[in-house]
Design a protein around this ligand. Structure first.
Ligand code: ATP
Length: 253
């Protein structure tokens, strides 16, 4: 039996993204076919410029494909209007950025409640507290970002991403700004969300140690999928990345 549609959280079909306009076009994604299965932790890796961020942004509805389709569950999000896409990002997708993107003036709980407020028109303080407890910050609800460590700020950002009960949490280099201990805390949290809550997580990373937390690593090279690795170990991922970087086209400039 092939996989049923419901086992695919995200499906990219011939996904193509061209940045810029002629004669300065850059084909960032070149007809990519790729599936992220529901309830799994996926990592996307590849040399600088291989298209990782572009892929994540198209998959999360933050950027529009030039060609091809992006399915979130059964919804082809590439055909949605701006308004529908905004609603979809709010209600069905969570996004975690490398730089946390928290509001400095708001407490941890207020940051987490922000998307709930936008979505439903009222503050859901209990839910914010519950989410912060889930990410191990039940005792930090009134702290502002400046009084939290980087790892704690990222956990607040993850709690905020979970606020709308998203079908998929996308994370672009979520540990890129963290030291190794805080990185591990964040990765263990993402892993736990998948194992205990059945969450679907898709992350872009440069770090083989981070990738080793995933169920599957997909490697990109020059806008195409160059391979997959299931049950990755950091050592094997590092070897594959070295090989890819040695064959990657050199960036101009
Ligand atoms: N807005 C843009 N305008 C023009 N070119 C772009 C734009 N965004 C990305 N690109 C180009 O598209 C290609 C893919 O970029 P992307 O950021 O997706 O790669 P990446 O694998 O995430 O790289 P990195 O690891 O360095 O962050 C690169 O050649 C990049 O220069």
């Amino acid at each position: 039996m092939g996989s049923s549609p419901s086992s695919d959280a995200v499906r990219l079909v011939r996904l193509t993204k061209v940045h810029g306009t002629a004669p300065h076009e850059v084909v960032a994604l070149n007809a990519i076919d790729l599936t992220f299965r529901r309830g799994t932790f996926s990592a996307v890796m590849g040399p600088s410029g291989s298209g990782k961020t572009t892929l994540l942004q198209c998959a999360a509805g933050l950027d529009r494909p030039t060609d091809g389709a992006v399915f979130l569950g059964d919804t082809d999000i590439s055909t949605l209007s701006e308004r529908e896409l905004t609603a979809l990002r709010r209600n069905r997708i969570g996004f975690v950025f490398q730089s946390f993107n928290l509001m400095a003036a708001l407490t941890a709980a207020q940051n987490v409640a922000l998307p709930l407020r936008l979505a439903r028109g009222r503050v859901e303080a209990d839910r914010a507290h519950q989410l912060l407890a889930q990410v191990g910050l039940g005792n930090r609800t009134t702290h502002r970002p400046a009084s939290l460590s980087g790892g704690q700020q990222q956990r607040v950002a993850i709690a905020r991403a979970l606020a709308g009960n998203p079908e998929v949490v996308f994370a672009d280099e979520p540990t890129g700004a963290l030291d190794s201990r805080n990185s591990r805390d964040v990765l263990e949290l993402l892993r736990k969300l998948v194992d205990d809550e059945g969450q679907t997580v898709v992350t872009v990373t440069h770090d083989p140690v981070a990738a080793a937390f995933a169920d599957r690593v997909t490697f990109l090279a020059d806008g195409r999928v160059s391979g997959h690795l299931d049950k990755p170990t950091a050592a094997v991922v590092a070897d594959l990345m070295t090989a890819l970087e040695e064959t990657a086209p050199k960036e101009a400039g």
